[in-house]
Write a protein that binds this ligand. Structure first.
Ligand code: C2E
Ligand code: MG
Ligand code: MG
Ligand code: MG
Length: 284
């Protein structure tokens, strides 16, 4: 092992790199244990129909509070799980937990239309994914249309014929298929004709800019138009202010679903019933 040829600074970096590599290995091991040990949690973010203010559904977002590392953000642990292959177990856990939670809400009289879960492109490589989903819907006595699978537009680039077949099988269960972060993935619009898509989610980056940039506003309006005329739901991600909400309605996109901090941050599952009660009592 050759070290410290260039003085202290170089040695420091070497130590630092070693430390980071070791840390990452340990963290990946902890993540595997967290997935297997049911230590992950889902938070649920409400989605609201802009035209009549009814609750459209919730997006389930994975959370990892590690005893050793604290709250680890999803972009970090999802990437790690993709690198280790643990994303398969994570994806299946997320679907199971969302179904379990919906069944629990159903039994206790909490009315939820649907929950969306996020899957990585790698999850679609698993030939059993459709039967795993079918099995979970059956186990928890849920109709397929209470579940939506979100896949990012950039992940669509990796789709081969096997994956397309599995997506169709999932759609045949009446499960929804949503294209997440739409508009950022460099995929061609013709992709939309070959896939059984039920929902488009306009990426937050457009919602951040459309008030200040006329061209972005035109895009948001056009995407909504394309989605709606193809019979899809269209969701705007990351709506934070009343101004954004009002402007979305004004540019003629009242047939849009709003998701963002303006209505609510993602909520722990046990806060969802109270949130629904409060929401029903208040005017937004
Ligand atoms: P995403 O699927 O696009 O989820 C939306 C993200 O935007 C969430 O971040 C949400 O908390 C955040 N968000 C929602 N409304 C607002 C808003 O008004 N303002 C701002 N600033 N942010 C808002 P989160 O929970 O950190 O998740 C980040 C990404 O991690 C997700 O993006 C998704 O790609 C991925 N992810 C989360 N959970 C899972 C999972 O269970 N499986 C997989 N494969 N990916 C997941
Ligand atoms: Mg999503
Ligand atoms: Mg998104
Ligand atoms: Mg996004």
């Amino acid at each position: 092992h050759v070290r410290a040829t260039g003085g202290n600074r170089w040695q420091f970096f070497n130590h630092e790199t070693d430390r980071m590599v070791r840390e990452r290995i340990l963290m990946k091991r902890a993540l595997k244990e967290a997935i297997e040990g049911n230590e992950l949690r889902l938070e649920y973010q409400p989605q609201i129909c802009a035209d009549d203010n009814t609750v459209y559904g919730f997006e389930a977002l994975a959370r990892w509070h590690s005893p050793s590392y604290g709250e680890v953000p999803p972009y970090k642990f999802i990437t790690m799980a993709e690198e280790t292959g643990d994303i398969k177990a994570l994806g299946e856990w997320v679907i199971r937990e969302a179904c379990r939670q919906m069944a629990e809400w159903k039994l206790s009289g909490v009315r939820i239309h649907s929950v969306s879960v996020n899957l990585s492109a790698l999850n679609f490589r698993c030939p059993y994914l459709p039967s795993v989903i079918a099995g979970l819907l059956k186990e928890y006595h849920l109709p397929g249309n209470m579940l939506t699978i979100e896949i990012t537009e950039s992940a669509m680039l990796e789709f081969d014929s096997g994956i397309l077949k599995r997506i169709q099988e999932i759609r045949d269960l009446d499960v929804g298929l949503s294209i997440d972060d739409f508009g950022t993935g460099y995929s061609s619009l013709s992709r939309l004709t070959g896939l059984p898509v039920t929902e488009l989610k306009i990426d937050k980056s457009f919602i951040d800019r459309f008030q200040y940039d006329e061209k972005v506003a035109v895009l948001v309006k056009a995407i909504t138009g394309i989605g709606r005329s193809m019979g899809m739901s269209v969701v705007a991600e990351g709506v934070e202010t009343k101004d954004q909400l009002e402007l979305l309605k004004k540019i003629g996109t009242s047939e849009i679903v709003i998701q963002g901090y303006y209505f609510s941050r993602p909520l722990p599952a046990d806060m969802v019933p109270d949130w629904l009660t409060l929401y029903a009592e208040n005017e937004f």
